[in-house]
Write a protein that binds this ligand. Structure first.
Ligand SMILES: *[C@@H]1O[C@H](CO)[C@@H](O)[C@H](O)[C@H]1NC(C)=O
Ligand SMILES: *[C@@H]1O[C@H](CO)[C@@H](O)[C@H](O)[C@H]1NC(C)=O
Length: 464
């Protein structure tokens, strides 16, 4: 059912908003740690390997040119991803003829592609940044020669309404596919389904691309580029074999620095293989909508500290049950990783037991929504226990300390950047995904969604 997308952007927005109440949003001032501090000597080697990568990418592109417009991507394309002050990453895509470039939230946790559309686009409660207040770029329908209203009988209309489509499109006369209303937790958007040309870097034109033309939204910093698993998502429309990214560490500002989002399509001579990547299977959720559009992976355990102490996690939360609840999803649209209280409790307990050198500040924890915060007077030499997520297939995600402990400027303390609903005793069974791996924990990892082989590739890497 496409109406209710419990997108998890909302949770992150809430957190950012609550933290951003005093001017600038919190910044991460330093990431001194034994784990992250070995970069100086590897710089020149990294540079050479970068050049090698660019050369291969260029060869890929030259060998599989994309001459004619097509509804799918042949070959490959790259486009920049920008960390944003609202806590997500933004990708700019160009739609229409002539092309209009529109920045969108890059979201692997939802599937509809939609743009703020027409001059009369209205957005309520959409100011997310003190640095760059509300100026939302809109797609001007009237200036494009190629947009089409989606017809009710088009298979694309069924992407939105699934089996409901017949009830919504009575009779057999041509009529527009009905207006959509998408709920993203607190926020929402509504508009009309259209098709347009999508222009990708490298003179690639994808025609007949399904897109929402939204005229009214609540709590949306930008439109959304849905990279989820439902048919309407960009990867499925373009029939991508894989896509990958490496998220730059973000400071919740809007500096124009970026890293690449790589899209590998059909017939690409470029496998996009990156050395040293480890793979874990992408699981299908046994239940239907909305959970089947998320990228599930199997977290097998979490270990803490040098002694690699295993956190005691209730196993029924780790894999989706037949009714679809439980399991871990990867979501670029969430800022901080979310954990069900049943998993969060034991993690906090172990982390706190191994962090004895700093003073815990319970009052700040209650007030901020972060579950583990420390007052550290001498911030020149901060260290926390090692944190490793283990996934099926022997894949280890050893997090850089900066990915899970940050100095919160507004609060004046250091907090674990993994969050959970505040009630200490959550439900005894999970509802929806039990863990949502947010973009903050994905920083400085190469992450590859290998759709062809239904697996997720991970590699620790300094993104540039
Ligand atoms: C906008 O935010 C205010 C304050 O949080 C709230 O009262 C109002 O209902 C919101 N507006 C919409 C349209 O959601
Ligand atoms: C940092 O802390 C470690 C362990 O607590 C200590 O051995 C080291 O001397 C400290 N370094 C500085 C510069 O304070």
């Amino acid at each position: 059912m496409a109406y209710i997308f419990p997108c998890f952007l909302c949770l992150s927005f809430l957190l950012i908003l609550s933290l951003a109440s005093a001017s600038p949003p919190f910044t991460i001032t330093l990431s001194l740690s034994p784990i992250t501090h070995s970069l100086a000597s590897t710089n020149s080697r990294d540079h050479v390997s970068d050049i090698a990568k660019f050369t291969i990418q260029r060869a890929c592109h030259l060998k599989t040119p994309h001459k004619k417009p097509s509804p799918v991507l042949h070959g490959s394309a790259q486009t920049p991803l920008y960390p944003k002050s609202y806590g997500g990453y933004s990708v700019s895509l160009a739609f229409g003829t002539p092309p209009q470039k529109i920045p969108l939230v890059f979201d692997t946790g939802s599937s509809l592609m939609w743009v703020p559309c027409t001059k009369s686009y209205t957005c309520d409660n959409c100011t997310f940044s003190h640095i760059n207040p509300n100026k939302i770029a809109t797609f001007k329908l009237r200036r494009s020669a190629t947009f089409r209203i989606v017809d009710c009988r088009s298979p694309k209309c069924e992407w939105l309404y699934e089996s409901d489509v017949r009830a919504r499109c009575p009779g057999s006369r041509p009529q527009p596919c009905p207006t959509y209303l998408m709920q993203y937790g607190l926020g929402s958007t509504s508009g009309r389904p259209i098709t347009e040309n999508l222009d990708l870097p490298g003179n690639i034109v994808v025609e007949d691309f399904f897109l929402g033309c939204s005229v009214y939204s609540v709590q949306q910093p930008q439109g959304i580029a849905g990279f989820g698993r439902a048919p309407a998502s960009l990867p499925n429309q373009l029939k991508l074999r894989k896509f990958s990214y490496c998220l730059l560490s973000h400071n919740f500002d809007d500096k124009p620095k970026s890293s690449a989002l790589t899209l590998i399509g059909t017939k690409s001579s470029c496998a996009g293989r990156v050395h040293g990547v480890k793979y874990t299977p992408l699981l299908k959720n046994p239940s239907k909508s909305p959970y089947d559009e998320y990228y599930y992976i199997h977290l097998t355990k979490i270990t803490v500290g040098e002694s690699k102490t295993k956190v005691k996690l209730p196993s029924k939360f780790l894999v989706p049950s037949p009714n679809g609840n439980g399991g871990t999803i990867v979501d670029s649209g969430s800022t901080f990783t979310f954990m069900d209280p049943a998993l969060y409790g034991p993690l906090i307990k172990e982390m706190a037991a191994q962090t004895r050198n700093y003073k815990r500040v319970h009052d700040v924890e209650v007030q901020s929504g972060f579950g583990l915060c420390y007052d550290i007077l001498d911030a020149r030499n901060v260290s926390f226990p090692r944190l490793v997520f283990h996934f099926k297939g022997g894949v280890k995600m050893e997090l850089p300390v900066a990915n899970y402990f940050s100095f919160m400027t507004d609060l004046g303390v250091w907090c674990l950047t993994i969050v959970s609903p505040s009630s200490p005793a959550g439900p005894s069974v999970p509802v929806g995904p039990a863990i949502i791996l947010g973009n903050y924990q994905q920083q400085d990892f190469y992450i590859e969604y290998d759709l062809e082989h239904q697996r997720l590739g991970l590699k620790k890497q300094k993104c540039k």
